[in-house]
Design a protein around this ligand. Structure first.
Ligand SMILES: [Fe+2]
Ligand SMILES: [Fe+2]
Length: 203
């Protein structure tokens, strides 16, 4: 059973981590399970995997909701509406995961303590509208990668959990596409990312 004590994510991290590190961290837990054949289809392992996804969804809900309230500027109205829609969809994902965890006889972990450590995606506020969109896009891309790997990990061992994860994955891909379109509408596609520039400055 995974908890904060055996998780490498507990070490102190800077607020902004580059995408490769974030992705590597997101994969670390899954890789542990995949190398040991005996863990395949293990109920406890699936529950722990679903709980990590649940933590990710809660963090994403909170981040989108924060962005909904903080979005301001010329293009803010439609973007804020989109943030709210995503927040509500991430909340719905949390519910699907929690339901599946209980079906498997596990306990959905809603404990606020250690939430950001359990989550694959980070809670980053962002200073501008563009930065908010970019941070959400980073988080969605992490979610897409970890859901895809979770689906592959589960394989045919647990078709119901797999279907839940696949449905969520499809919606995360829609979210990422929406955010890409928002950047395009703001004329920011192809320009250096504010998030990357900020991270580079901190280094
Ligand atoms: Fe989600
Ligand atoms: Fe999403």
């Amino acid at each position: 059973m995974a908890d904060a004590t055996d998780n490498p994510q507990t070490s102190k991290k800077p607020l902004l981590t580059d995408i490769n590190t974030l992705r590597e961290r997101a994969r670390a837990h899954l890789r542990d399970g995949a190398v040991t054949q005996g863990y395949r289809g293990d109920r406890e392992k699936v529950i722990s995997l679903l709980n990590e996804a649940l933590a990710t969804e809660i963090v994403c809900t909170l981040r989108y909701r924060y962005h909904y309230y903080m979005a301001s500027g010329i293009n803010a109205k439609s973007i804020a509406a989109e943030f709210l829609e995503h927040a509500n969809e991430e909340q719905a994902h949390s519910d699907l995961l929690a339901k599946r965890i209980t079906q498997l006889g596990g306990k959905p972990n809603f404990n606020p303590e250690g939430l950001t450590t359990r989550s694959h995606a980070e809670y980053v506020e962002g200073d501008s509208l563009v930065e908010m969109i970019e941070e959400n896009l980073v988080a969605e891309r992490i979610a897409i990668d970890s859901y895809r790997e979770a689906v592959q990990y589960i394989g045919d061992d647990d078709p119901t959990s797999r279907r839940v994860l696949e449905d969520i994955l499809a919606q995360e891909e829609e979210h990422a596409e929406d955010l890409g379109t928002m950047l395009e509408d703001l004329g920011r596609k192809g320009e250096p990312s504010e998030v990357a520039l900020k991270a580079a400055k901190k280094r």
